[in-house]
Design a binder for this molecule. Structure first.
Ligand SMILES: *[C@@H]1O[C@H](CO)[C@@H](O)[C@H](O)[C@H]1NC(C)=O
Length: 336
């Protein structure tokens, strides 16, 4: 179907059925494993057997750490670039986060690079070139990867056309690799991403990956610290009370209902905390870990009930390869 006919088709569907829907799929640390990446995306219905986009208007969010520990760096970054354009052509979206391992590679910290990965580039020099400001991976990181992405859980243009009550706010989910503390959340998504971008540009010129590059600002240093969005583990390790307090504040500051993170693996499945406001979805997908091959599904729906009333319904599911889908959370409310 030609892409140009899609908006009309979608608009008609909304008019005829009074129903708006968006599916957001999130996958965490893929760590160099193309076969398992294909498995989870196929399981989520986003790609076909040839790994082309068949997710329609769905949204895919990756929380980063595509690189290291496995050999398939080139194939995985190519796959995301291809899926991003295939999705865009049919009204879908692909959002990528920078993980600590993307930044490590940009910085020339190659402690987790496998021999197979190195060989696939044809050696260290060619690999360094690909991950530079002019290299294809370096460029796609600058253009298409962000430290954090806040994604609307319903299609904004359709909501705008649907004449909902003025007070209605579209729910959002925030995606990041490590975690966003309230202090970082207060600086806002755009600022966090600008700091990440300026650190990336400096990282590409770094000679020795065991240090941050000369000229790194205190804020860039802090972004890459234990409490920064690429490395922070507090949402995984702190007590329930502390986590829920921080999550409530960070979520409010980011304008997000769910904070979705990778980075801290739990091999047996997602960790859901504080009424699903915190979702830790790194299950060690890569064969380097051998954990569950997983995808998080967030389905959000608005159903017109007539007379300006709508029902908002949200279903969160955990998909694990070879197991039945598991519902994590389900909420419903009437908007009027
Ligand atoms: C960013 O993504 C688009 C769509 O996948 C791709 O065509 C483009 O080449 C990427 N940008 C860079 C600079 O690589």
């Amino acid at each position: 179907m030609p892409a140009a006919t899609l908006p009309l088709r979608v608009l008609l569907a909304v008019l005829l059925t009074g129903r708006l829907h968006r599916r957001v799929v999130a996958v965490a640390d893929l760590h160099g494993d193309l076969a398992h990446a294909h498995n989870v995306l196929r399981m989520a219905g986003l790609i076909d057997a040839q790994a082309h986009w068949r997710g329609g208007s769905a949204v895919l969010a990756s929380t980063g750490d595509i690189v290291d520990r496995g050999d398939d760096t080139i194939a995985l970054y190519r796959m995301f670039d291809r899926l991003r354009s295939e999705a865009q052509a049919v009204g879908g979206e692909v959002h990528n986060c920078v993980g600590n391992h993307e930044m490590m590679n940009a910085l020339h910290d190659w402690r987790f690079v496998t021999p197979g990965d190195l060989a696939s580039f044809g050696g260290a020099q060619a690999r360094r070139r690909a991950m530079s400001e002019k290299g294809w991976i370096g460029q796609t990181w600058l253009a298409n990867y962000s430290i954090t992405n806040t994604v609307p859980l319903l299609p904004p243009e359709q909501v705008a056309r649907a004449k909902l009550p003025e007070s209605y706010q579209v729910p959002h989910a925030n995606f990041v690799h490590g975690g966003i503390t309230p202090a970082w959340a207060a600086r806002g998504t755009a600022h966090i991403n600008a700091v990440g971008r300026s650190l990336l540009l400096k990282a590409y010129k770094n000679e020795d990956g065991t240090y941050l590059p000369p000229g790194t600002t205190p804020e860039e240093r802090s972004l890459y610290s234990e409490d920064g969005p690429l490395w922070y583990r507090g949402y995984a390790t702190d007590s329930e009370r502390l986590v829920c307090r921080h999550a409530e504040e960070a979520a409010r500051l980011l304008g997000a209902k769910h904070l979705v993170m990778g980075h801290t693996p739990h091999f047996s499945g997602f960790v859901v905390r504080c009424d699903a406001s915190v979702l830790l979805i790194d299950t060690g997908i890569s064969r380097a870990y051998g954990g569950e091959q997983s995808a998080l599904i967030i389905d959000t729906e608005l159903q017109h009930l007539g007379k300006g009333r709508w029902r908002e319904k949200e279903v969160l599911q955990a998909l694990y390869k070879g197991r039945l889908p598991r519902i994590i959370a389900e909420t419903e409310r009437v908007i009027e």
